[in-house]
Design a protein around this ligand. Structure first.
Ligand code: C2O
Ligand code: CU
Ligand code: CU
Length: 501
């Protein structure tokens, strides 16, 4: 049982682009966190004890860039009849070889760490039969999808230990790089941290008609952080942003990515619980962002930095033909916390020989219809409350999550504008809305940057920031959550519920 936790907030120093850290000791666990680990003799994990696990015992610096980036397995359907693709997945404990010479216990979909990839096409439903062989209840959520409430994998729609159920994904939405992950309330943060996350790539005719790099030149890369004990196991402590000093790309620390000297499409996902990334090529070279959470941008935009908060995706194209064969190009991260020699380098692209490259990035990638007039405006305030010797609480509009309460009632078929405010001055948050892909209208009163001009389901809110977004609720009726996607925060209560009627 946890009797003390550390609350760590990372804060952005205004203008400097440098994150500062604030560390506060709290004498008691939060009520939500206590509930999560109470009465859990059959829990999946030994973590949450008060004993200091020691500093992150991740890989040695000498192991940088010595292992190849693995690509997660692509699942094959078990049936393709009746106009749908059916998959089966089993959630089970397994082990992964993350660190050289050591085995790490992980929670997996089908034994894969990170989880497998499902490739789907708009207009063709996917049915996933999930069996839970773990000791905890789970809930499988397809992040970024438009699905009926029963298949949304909400926090209370649990799949008990030992049980099987079917999730149906209509795929009645345009292409997008989605991901699936656990969402069982209070357990989601630890479950995702221990491995319950996978990739779901939805394509459509619009995307397929473009000459973008494809096949082996289209790499999904999920980034996250982790903290290891000396035995090589993952240490989970709530709010442990500072302790997680090992960055994993597709489940490996500092991998090497062998690339041909040509264009690649790279689909970046931040699957961390708490860590924000600010990614650059070490030489400052151009990165062409072509997509975000909800698929392609209208136009590509060239940048030297890609920022990703937990749950966000960025689809980028990098042209390695500008490098001499034999060049190593490191992908760097400038976001603390953690020692720069550990968290400052993510992976290295090792450029090989040129390869034929028929790909191109057209100036026009897609057209997005403007969202039309909104019928209602709301303000949503995110805040972690700390101090007074009390446990930190995650709040939306002053309230912790209550599944019995509807916090926002929306009329079906209408469009709304939500202004989301981060009321903390020293803790970053982000905001994720289930069911819809929204448009960012403004960030701190100004037009959003080009990387946020497309469809989004998760948006970054650095300390004190506000974002105005607009969503159209015309797909399904029912109840869906919205929350901060720093999963340790949503597990602390920073989640609310909307009902479309
Ligand atoms: Cu990525 Cu409510 O989830
Ligand atoms: Cu989601
Ligand atoms: Cu948060």
């Amino acid at each position: 049982m946890v009797t003390r936790r550390r609350m760590i907030g990372a804060a952005l120093a205004t203008g400097g682009g440098v994150l500062l850290l604030r560390t506060t000791q709290h004498p008691a666990a939060s009520a939500t966190a206590t509930a999560a680990s109470a009465g859990d003799g059959a829990h999946t994990h030994p973590a949450g004890t008060d004993a200091d696990p020691g500093p992150d015992a991740g890989p040695a610096l000498a192991q940088k860039f010595t292992t190849a980036l693995p690509l997660p397995p692509v699942l094959s359907p078990v049936a393709t009849d009746n106009g749908a693709d059916t998959y089966t997945m089993t959630m089970l404990r397994s082990f992964a070889r993350i660190l050289p010479g050591r085995r790490t216990d992980v929670l997996t979909y089908n034994g894969a760490f990170p989880g497998p990839v499902i490739r789907a096409r708009s207009g063709r439903p996917v049915i996933v039969r999930q069996t839970n062989l773990l000791d905890d209840p789970v809930s499988v959520h397809l992040h970024g999808s438009s699905v009926p409430p029963d298949s949304d994998g909400g926090p209370m729609n649990l799949l008990d230990a030992g049980a099987t159920r079917t999730y149906t994904y209509p795929n009645a939405q345009p292409h997008a790089s989605l991901w699936f992950h656990d969402h069982a309330h209070h357990l989601e943060s630890e479950h995702v941290y221990r491995g319950l996350a996978g990739t779901y790539l939805l394509t459509d005719a619009t995307e397929a008609a473009l000459p973008l790099p494809s096949g082996r030149y289209d790499l999904p890369i999920a980034l996250r952080d982790a903290r290891f004990d000396t035995a090589g196991n993952l240490v989970y402590r709530m709010d442990d942003a500072e302790g997680r000093a090992t960055i994993l790309a597709n489940g490996r620390p500092w991998p090497r990515v062998d690339v041909a000297a040509r264009r690649y499409r790279i689909r970046l996902l931040n699957s961390s619980n708490l860590r924000f990334f600010s990614l650059r090529l070490a030489d400052g070279g151009p990165i062409t962002q072509i997509g975000s959470d909800g698929g392609l941008l209208e136009r590509p935009h060239t940048t030297d930095t890609v920022d990703l908060s937990p749950g966000e995706r960025a689809d980028v194209v990098i042209d390695f033909s500008r490098y001499r064969p034999g060049t190593g190009v490191v992908l760097t991260n400038s976001m603390p916390p953690g020692p720069a020699e550990h968290v400052g380098q993510v992976l290295r692209f090792d450029v090989g020989r040129p390869a034929p490259d028929p790909s191109a990035v057209p100036d026009r990638l897609r057209t997005l219809a403007p969202p039309g007039p909104a019928v209602r405006e709301r303000t949503i305030v995110l805040k972690v409350e700390t101090g007074g010797g009390l446990a930190p609480r995650g709040l939306i509009d002053g309230k912790a999550y209550d599944p019995a309460r509807v916090d926002a009632s929306v009329a079906f078929g209408t469009s709304e504008i939500w202004t989301v405010v981060n009321a903390n001055t020293d803790i970053p948050h982000n905001f994720h809305l289930h069911l819809v892909q929204f448009r960012v209208l403004a960030r701190n009163g100004a037009a959003p940057g080009p990387g946020e001009a497309g469809l989004k389901d998760t948006v970054r809110l650095m300390p004190g920031e506000s974002v105005r977004l607009q969503a159209v609720f015309d797909s399904y009726r029912g109840r869906y959550p919205y929350h901060c996607h720093l999963l340790d925060h949503s597990a602390m209560g920073m989640m609310a519920q909307l009902e479309i009627t």
